[in-house]
Design a protein around this ligand. Sequence first.
Ligand SMILES: [Zn+2]
Length: 249
Amino acid sequence: MWTLGGRQKIAYVCGEHQRRLLAHRKGEVDLMLVRGNWYLAVVCDIDDPGLIETTDVLGVDFGIVNIATDSDGRPYTGAAIEAGRTKLSRRRGGLQKRDTKAAKRRLRKLSGKQRRFQTHSNHCISKALVLEAKRSGRAISLEDLKGIRSRVKARASQRGRLHNWSFGQLRTFVAYKARLAGVPILFVDPRDTSRTCPACGCVDKRNRPNQSTFSCVSCGHAGMADHVAALNIRSKARAAVAPPAVLGA
Ligand SMILES: [Zn+2]
């Protein structure tokens, strides 16, 4: 590194993943000071790998009850995430009532903490989704949305739960990790994905008596709302990619 005192050799540490990426370094490296730690910011230019062979689609719903649920019924959330969220929002609530300089400073610190916590969680969730799709030879399908906030009409009591989760960031993470892994991504029209019965095709608002459950008014098929939505997202993607005869029933 060139410094005022001439060229200096300075050791750095990085993880295995970052070390592999370094082979694709492009251009100059920036030195950054973030919260008292020095970081090197590196731009890497990586060619897209060829797309993997897929025989099916993994539908993914971003939701209220779980941050993400796939069409196998697997939730992507976890007690750690929920506990962290609740603790942070409680502490924040207590601080917001106080109008002192110290409270304001603590709030700023907390908001940084919550942002980093969300980013970390979104990295974990998107990584798990992409790994599962790749492992099982499936494309990923997501709703074609800008964000979830406009769609979610939660009751006031539930609104605090996930409405401030950064789903936009999660989508971005899923998209770029899928691209790096060669997993195709399919976007589907979000209309009626939460109120369509995957068993009989009945579309009715009443199929969704509350946020977490699905119960078909026509055929009685019932399930977790998030899982049902993910199944519908999968069906839509399959229908768009190939006629049912090609993919199997
Ligand atoms: Zn039905």
